[in-house]
Design a protein around this ligand. Structure first.
Ligand SMILES: NC(=O)C1=CN([C@@H]2O[C@H](COP(=O)(O)OP(=O)(O)OC[C@H]3O[C@@H](n4cnc5c(N)ncnc54)[C@H](OP(=O)(O)O)[C@@H]3O)[C@@H](O)[C@H]2O)C=CC1
Ligand SMILES: Cc1cn([C@H]2C[C@H](O)[C@@H](COP(=O)(O)OP(=O)(O)O[C@H]3O[C@@H](C)C(=O)[C@@H](O)[C@H]3O)O2)c(=O)[nH]c1=O
Length: 292
């Protein structure tokens, strides 16, 4: 029997790590996964990362570990950089040494939002806040320290698991009569379930066109549009008001426009991507089944 491919997932108990864990049964015959939470493996600890990789005999590492609190990062830049830059560097160096392919997840927040057409992989990052800055630094460490990497930039990730805007809206929608959500930040919501599918496709098909890729669902939305669709699909009645970002002040500035161009990944993986509304329906269904 052929040896199964071995995959390490760092940040295994976060939103994307958990979603990936729920998706792997379809490839269980050929791929074996090890999900490491932050307690099992701290990616900022160089020695632990090296030892863990050496002992694990891994073929792939999917880095789902990150500092993701966009506003908190503004006052906590040291920690954001430690996890998002140094952590990525440690993984890249260990992957390079062990001939392991690294699938590293990054963000639309590396861009400043001044474009008015979808961002392509070659557009120059220019992050507005500490979180985006630390994620860009992480990307640079990966590129600098190894060759066999996929950096997948995604946007507005949500799922049935962990913390995300979708679940916050469902909670607030049930608790409050009125909600205000910004309409002047435009991007694309991305189902973490769809992103998990992309990661599994790259591994199971042994895609070897390494580099930077953009992946989100299809379509364009403001956070207001997204919230409105969440309430509509989940049949929640709430007085939802569109507001400008200046009426919802936050410590971190966010890009006004961060739609990602997906042509490259669609071509390489020979696939279509579902529209965000279609995926929102699917994720809403998963959540309602899981809550029963
Ligand atoms: N969420 C979003 O909207 C978006 C996310 N992304 C990117 O997608 C990726 C996954 O995000 P998501 O799953 O939503 O994030 P989460 O915040 O849900 O999960 C991140 C995980 O990283 C873990 N972690 C933090 N520090 C360390 C460390 N030092 N060592 C090991 N693990 C650590 C956390 O563990 P613990 O809780 O124990 O600290 C947590 O489980 C990230 O790279 C993020 O930047 C990109 C675009 C949008
Ligand atoms: C909860 C809430 C948020 N907002 C605004 C604030 C913000 O501008 C926008 C999104 O809210 P959040 O703060 O929940 O999402 P935010 O943390 O900005 O989401 C980002 O997370 C990181 C990790 C990424 O990589 C990005 O792609 C993106 O998903 O909506 C409202 O207008 N009303 C509300 O009630």
């Amino acid at each position: 029997m052929q040896r199964k491919k071995r995959v390490l997932v760092t940040g295994g108990s976060g939103q994307l790590g958990t979603t990936l864990g729920k998706s792997v049964s379809s490839v269980a015959e050929t791929i074996e996964f090890v999900f490491a939470s932050s307690k099992d493996l701290d990616i900022t600890d160089d020695r632990s990362v090296t030892d863990y990789m050496k002992q694990g005999d891994f073929d792939y590492c999917v880095n789902c570990a990150a500092y993701t609190q966009v506003d908190k990062a503004e006052a906590d830049s040291e920690k954001a950089l430690l996890i998002n830059q140094q952590g990525a560097k440690n993984l890249a160096k260990a992957c390079h040494a062990g001939n392991i392919v690294l699938i590293h997840i990054s963000t639309d927040f590396v861009f400043n939002g001044s474009k008015s057409s979808p961002y392509v992989e070659t557009d120059r990052p220019s992050p507005l806040g500490i979180y985006g800055h630390s994620k860009f630094k992480g990307e640079q460490e990966v590129v600098r320290n190894m060759e066999r990497y996929f950096i997948i930039r995604t946007s507005w990730l949500y799922s049935a698991y962990g913390h995300n805007f979708f679940k916050s809206m469902l909670k607030y929608g049930k608790e409050r009569e009125e909600l205000s959500v910004v309409f002047d930040q435009v991007g694309t919501p991305t189902s973490a379930h769809d992103l998990a599918g992309i990661i599994l496709k790259i591994i199971s098909e042994e895609i070897d066109t390494y580099g930077i890729y953009h992946f989100s669902n299809e379509g364009v939305a403001s956070w207001y549009d997204f919230a409105s669709a969440i309430f509509e699909i989940n049949q929640i009645e709430v007085d939802l008001r569109p507001i400008r970002s200046k009426e919802y002040p936050t410590p971190a500035e966010r890009p006004a426009f961060s739609v990602l161009d997906k042509e490259k990944i669609k071509k390489v993986l020979k696939m279509d991507i579902p529209h965000w509304r279609e995926s929102l329906r699917a994720v809403s269904e998963i959540l309602s089944k899981e809550s029963v």
